[in-house]
Design a protein around this ligand. Sequence first.
Ligand SMILES: Cc1ncc(COP(=O)(O)O)c(C=O)c1O
Length: 466
Amino acid sequence: MKKSIEEILEDTRRVLDIIQKTELTDEEKVWISESAVSNFNDYVNPGFLKYRKSVSNDYTAVEWSDHGCRFLDMHGRSYIDCLGGYGTLNMGHRHPNIVAAVKAQLDRQAIHSQELLDPLRGILSKLLADITPGDLQYSFLTSSGTEAVEGALKLARLHTGRRNYIAAVDGFHGKSMGSLGATAKAEFRRAFLPLVPAFHHVPFGDLSMLEKTLWSLDKVGEEVAAVVLEPIQGEGGVNLPPDGYLKGVRALCNRYGCLLILDEIQTGMGRTGKLWASEHWGVVPDILCIGKSFGGGIMPAGAFMSNATIWQKMIPNPFLHSSTFGGNPLACAAAIAAIHVTLSENLPEKAAVTGAHFLKELQQLSCAFPDILVAVRGKGLMIGMEFPDDDIGFEVARGLYDRGVLVAGTMLNAQVIRIEPPLTIPLDDVNRVVEILHETLLAVQAGRGMPASSSKRSVPRKKNKQ
Ligand SMILES: Cc1ncc(COP(=O)(O)O)c(C=O)c1O
């Protein structure tokens, strides 16, 4: 140890006292803000501070509390959350029913013995079978999205006895060694090559390319275990599939005897206006991956699921795949409450209605500022705004942030900014965000000396999709 036990106890006591407090002194606020910056710099990764400058120049916001569709920084400044933890907060920040369920569970039991039968894991798995499409039945519960994808990839190999996978360019499935194989971004992969071998990537939405790849691999004896896709690509820039694409993929998988893994980690739990995005196109995957909002924005939780046939080889040895914390009682309580809230508050329908309004308003702004906001697209409350380049995207994100709205680019790039607020966001907040965006676009236009566009707000632009 680099410090004495007494010093460590003094440090931990100070923080534990602060965590217990509802009101902080000015001195404590300054200490927390300053120590957050220096600790990130010295002990987490100084790169974060540079990256976070994208939304903050002269004011470092340290997030401290949250509720509903907003969060507050250490100094009490309130922000409308249009990022929603990249799809983690569909039910809002600290939904009271989900908090209550987790608190009650915490007061009884937090982590399971690992040896006896823990009932909530069974109950949640049954619930998942009840709310997912088709014949999906068995679940393996995880603590993150990437673990769900890892398990799905293993299951596909186990069932088919094949080792090749096909994923999509611009897809994102996580960053552990296996899931990173499916993830398509060169920046994330290059330094770690070779990854798990036998991943092939084809353009998203291009059915004929997928068919040719399946055909070629089949021809040379490299049969494909699974095609792995997000129904709508999130990190890749909110890319919607052409109509008929997912159905076509399903048919090709059937024809070539490979499995379809749908990664609904970001699109699931009502985000796109249906409980599962695959329902928009009536497609049932062989393996479904779930995460993010599955934990109700309170606990980390994920899952991969499949039908009884595909699960068969997991049954003789249930420890072929395992996780210490996956499906722990707190995570299960959160996920059960998240499902209850999603259905009882009709959140998929809310996402559809609020999302359609938001999209329409944003498309009108795109018409009014065609040189800045070049396209708007989305489904439900999964919306992307596209700018001519990364710099303009950052400028807009920063302008929104300075005016009290949090959004974010896609990973490493702000050319597309994502809007993924809690599905509970009231229309008043949506309208306020649209007003603030309008102000921001005017400021960017003026700051760059661009000519003021003539107002064409009622004419939808061709580039905008759905
Ligand atoms: C579609 C998709 N799959 C997988 C992941 C990885 O999830 P996690 O970060 O929980 O490991 C993400 C995270 O952004 C995602 O959006």
